[in-house]
Design a binder for this molecule. Structure first.
Ligand SMILES: Cc1ncc(COP(=O)(O)O)c(C=O)c1O
Length: 412
């Protein structure tokens, strides 16, 4: 089967693997996605675009990174999603779905969050649109992402701690789906990436595709042609699909999805643990959160706990469309490890005056390993800004004694 838009299947991936109680919610949303997002009923898309501009601060610039270009010997351009309101691409999707909830007549919104970026974006969108907002967040994540918990509460959202399992994103998603099954009449579930049952992977991609729509247009002006390559980090894959979507038909543009290689590749079956989050490049086929996709799992199909120094990439699955594009050899999955990402964080901060999110630092780190030609123009999607990561970066850099990290003697 091909990359069909309306069935939710991308080859063998995707689908609607949900319990019967969730089917009414999923069917209602499938219908709303078709009417409002695909067919622009009631001018939904026009309204969304206006709000992305006025509230979200779009379009974001595409600019040449002069110092990185000199360092690598080819042109590097940065797509600045770190400049979207809230500091990451996450708002593109959260605003789209919160607005859709309003058009569907729902006054309550729920969301899962891991690092807290999607929860924060959803809380901001709900405050702006006057919707009630409840966020499910694992206890472990609440403790390690405190500033984002404060931000969500400041925007008036309730944060529901999830104490089961490892207390991270997987459990938070399970709880949000459980809530939705019994509250669908007045509630919309804003999923945070291109994952989950159809229509979520297609719908989230549609909202994030504004990144490549702008970048494609801007590259003609800024580069003078289409780029030779687009590079983006992949957790669930929403900034990746957003940055790639409008370039997919352009065969001459190479697409690189950079995953978190963590501290090592592979799955430690006995510990039910993967010291990485590289599901796209190294995972096997299974079902998680309503979709068939590539997963980090044991031979028995148990999803393992994943790892990345970057909380936003720390997920054992990946979007089904990305899995399909990798099988079709349209997208190349690559990975960089925790150390590479930390170095890239410091490099961009020092050499270009931009503090990138640790997630985005993975995409930037790939430039160190890639073998581009000197006349290549490479676009890197800077999915978010790194202020949220400063505590982690200071701690992890000190542990590793990284030469490139600034010393923090001043505090002693
Ligand atoms: C800045 C940033 N980039 C990337 C990601 C990864 O998500 P996705 O793969 O859906 O873009 C996150 C997730 O929290 C994020 O905050």
């Amino acid at each position: 089967m091909s990359r069909a838009e309306n069935t939710g299947k991308f080859g063998q991936y995707g689908g609607q693997f949900v319990p019967e109680v969730l089917m009414p919610a999923v069917e209602e949303l499938t219908d709303a996605h078709r009417r409002y997002v695909v067919e622009n009923e009631d001018g939904f898309i026009d309204d969304f675009r206006k709000r992305l501009r006025n509230f979200g601060g779009r379009p974001t610039p595409l600019g040449r990174a002069d110092n990185l270009s000199e360092r690598y010997g080819h042109d590097v351009y940065l797509k600045r999603e770190d400049l979207v309101h809230g500091g990451a691409h996450k708002l593109n999707n959260a605003l789209g779905q919160a607005l859709l909830a309003k058009y569907m007549g729902k006054d309550r919104v729920i969301a899962e969050t891991g690092a807290g970026q999607h929860g924060t974006a959803t809380a901001m969108a709900c405050a702006y649109l006057g919707l009630d907002c409840e966020i499910y967040m694992g206890r472990t994540d609440i403790n390690r992402q405190r500033p984002n918990v404060f931000r969500m509460r400041t925007h008036g959202a309730d944060v529901n701690p999830v104490d089961v399992g490892s207390g991270t994103l997987k459990e938070a998603t399970n709880e949000a789906m459980r809530d939705w099954a019994t509250t669908v009449e007045d509630t919309h579930y804003v999923i945070g990436s291109v994952v989950g049952p159809h229509p979520f992977p297609t719908m989230v991609r549609d909202f994030q595709a504004v990144i490549s729509e702008e970048a494609r247009e801007q590259s003609r002006e800024v580069i003078g042609s289409l780029p030779d390559a687009v590079v983006a980090c992949a957790g669930g894959g929403s900034n990746t699909m957003g940055a790639f979507h409008h370039f997919v038909p352009d065969d001459a543009v190479s697409l690189y999805a950079v995953e978190a290689g963590g501290s090592a590749l592979g799955v430690e079956e006995a510990e039910s643990y993967a010291p990485n989050s590289a599901s796209l490049g190294t995972g096997t086929v299974g079902v998680l959160h309503g979709a068939r996709t590539k997963l980090l799992q044991t031979g028995e199909g148990q999803i393992v706990e994943s790892h990345s120094v970057s909380a936003g990439l720390d997920y054992a699955g990946v979007g089904p469309e990305l899995a399909y594009l990798v099988d079709e050899e349209r997208v190349t999955p690559v990975n960089v490890d925790d150390d590479d990402a930390l170095e890239a964080f410091h490099r961009l901060s020092r050499e270009e005056g931009i503090i990138p999110a640790l997630e985005s630092s993975h995409a930037l780190a790939y430039l160190e390993h890639a073998d581009f030609d000197e006349d290549d123009a490479v676009v890197v999607n800077v999915s978010g800004r790194g202020d949220k990561d400063l505590d982690t970066v200071i701690e992890e850099s000190a542990k590793r004694d990284l030469d490139i990290a600034p010393d923090m003697e001043v505090f002693r």
